[in-house]
Design a protein around this ligand. Structure first.
Ligand code: GLN
Length: 478
């Protein structure tokens, strides 16, 4: 698979056409190996070809001319259904395109591939899809991570060079880690949420997968920046292009001790230790630091997230969107039947938890408390970045490598714990990314780099330096 830069250069120089790229992607998607992954919920050669024709016909080729970019199926598109991998939205068509889709198309990208996910992006393994689980392309018995597992799998399998996912609490960084690709979550509000189906509105961020840091960066650059359709986008201009750096001189990297517990998986620890050695060799100053409230991040996240989810998902009532069941009796029956049959078990669990923590008797004990913890978590980061001279933080992305399918589906808490290192960053709204730093038991290990507010460009610059220094031999992906 060519990189984003290679495709754009080839199209610009006339060595290929967007049309030829679109045809090639279609061929790959149709192969039994790719079909077997169950990574797509819908793909359309017609849409790919239509975008290719526009890209080939453009007076000046855009920054993503001819680049196929798969889209997680909780991002709305006019030309294809948007299902959020839920039965309740089966066949749903949006009357508008998401801002990110418009921006990608305007840059010459080829849309047309909608990827599988955990239902409404709730999950860490892409096993909670109403349309079946996604296979990890590196080991089919394992999960690709989630909830953006379909996008991660297509990038890891070399079908597309980049894809969009969404993050509420790690759903791009965690699958990137499990599939051995790069996953970048921008800071909250850096990318428009207009057209991203709402899950946890104070947390949701459209995020990017790439096979390389540079590929992910070029996509993020195109989609970032203020949008008049989303009042929560920050007014700062779109992310600037990362410059090429040679080393990490002058950079201070903190290692939060809470993210390297004594019982950390030995394979993960070994890959992290080696990477810390690389950071030092590159000239960074590496310091032990503390984020004292991060041990409470998963607990706080799994109160705030269901609370927001329960409110956001109230709109699926059989009247306004998607499927309608139990019509013609009374409104209670309509709601109960539509939601009872339309939602899967994890979605129901979140709605029940969310309505519980928001109920009059428990609001202060759970929701208010979780919001207070969230503020403490954000302050921990702030203190390190603003007062203690830390430029970036480095942690493992996940506590284990990709786990086996079925291993955690009956134990929601074990599933939630896959988010232990990524959830705090989402609560604090910071930019962060995962990049491959080695293997453990033959499976990819992700390194997690966290930066300060509005620091996406510099974060990607230093990630590219690390990427270039991680030994390529055993890490080389198929
Ligand atoms: N695993 C987390 C959850 O289930 C993350 C979801 C996400 O980031 N969309 O909520």
């Amino acid at each position: 698979m060519d990189t984003v830069a290679e495709i754009v250069a080839a199209v610009k120089e006339g060595n290929t056409t967007a049309r030829a790229v679109a045809q090639e992607v279609g061929r790959r998607l149709a192969t039994p190996e790719v079909q077997q992954l169950n990574a797509t919920l819908d793909w359309s050669q017609e849409v790919l070809d239509g975008d290719a024709a526009r890209a080939d016909g453009a007076a000046a080729p855009g920054p993503l001319a001819g680049v196929p970019i798969a889209i997680k199926d909780n991002i709305v598109t006019i030309e294809q259904p948007t299902t959020c991998a839920s039965r309740i939205l089966q066949g749903y068509r949006s009357p508008y395109d998401a801002t990110v889709v418009n921006r990608l198309r305007a840059a010459g990208a080829l849309i047309g591939i909608k990827t599988n996910l955990d239902e409404f992006a709730m999950g860490s393994s892409t096993e909670h899809s109403a349309y079946g689980r996604v296979l990890n392309p590196l080991d089919h018995s394992r999960v690709p991570g989630g909830s953006s597992g379909g996008s991660a799998a297509l990038v890891a399998a070399g079908v597309v060079p980049a894809a969009l996912g969404s993050e509420t609490g790690g759903s791009v960084r965690q699958p990137a880690s499990f599939c051995g690709v790069v996953g970048v979550k921008p800071g909250y509000g850096r990318v428009s949420r207009f057209g991203l189906v709402a899950f946890g509105s104070s947390l949701d961020c459209i995020s990017v997968f790439g096979r390389t840091v540079a590929d992910a960066a070029s996509v993020l650059q195109v989609i970032s920046g203020p949008d008049r359709h989303d009042a929560t986008t920050v007014s700062a201009p779109a992310m600037a292009a990362p410059a090429r750096r040679q080393d990490l001189a002058g950079v201070t990297i903190g290692l939060p001790k809470e993210c390297f517990p004594g019982d950390l998986d030995p394979g993960i620890r070994a890959a992290c230790d080696r990477t810390v050695g690389i950071l030092r060799d590159l000239g960074a100053e590496v310091r032990d630091v503390s984020l004292p409230h991060t041990p409470y991040a998963v607990a706080a996240y799994y109160v705030i997230n269901p609370a927001e989810a329960s409110a956001n998902l109230a709109r699926y009532d059989g009247v306004r969107y998607g499927q309608r069941r139990g019509d013609g009796v009374d409104v209670g029956t309509l709601y109960r039947t539509t939601r009872g049959e339309g939602f899967g078990p994890e979605v129901k669990r979140r709605i029940i938890i969310g309505t519980y923590v928001l109920s009059a008797g428990y609001y202060d004990a759970y929701y208010t408390k979780a919001q207070q913890v969230r503020a403490l978590i954000a302050n921990d980061f702030d203190r390190l970045f603003r007062e203690e001279g830390i430029s970036y933080l480095f942690t493992p992305t996940t506590p284990t490598v990709a786990f086996r399918a079925g291993e955690r589906t009956d134990d929601p808490v074990q599933m939630y714990l896959a988010d232990i290192f990524v959830a705090a960053v989402s609560l604090a709204g910071l930019p962060a990314l995962s990049l491959p730093i080695g293997r453990s038991d033959g499976l990819p290990v992700g390194g997690h780099v966290i930066g300060p507010q509005l620091g996406e460009t510099e974060l990607l610059e230093i990630a590219a330096v690390i990427e270039g220094a991680v030994p390529a031999t055993e890490e080389a992906l198929p």
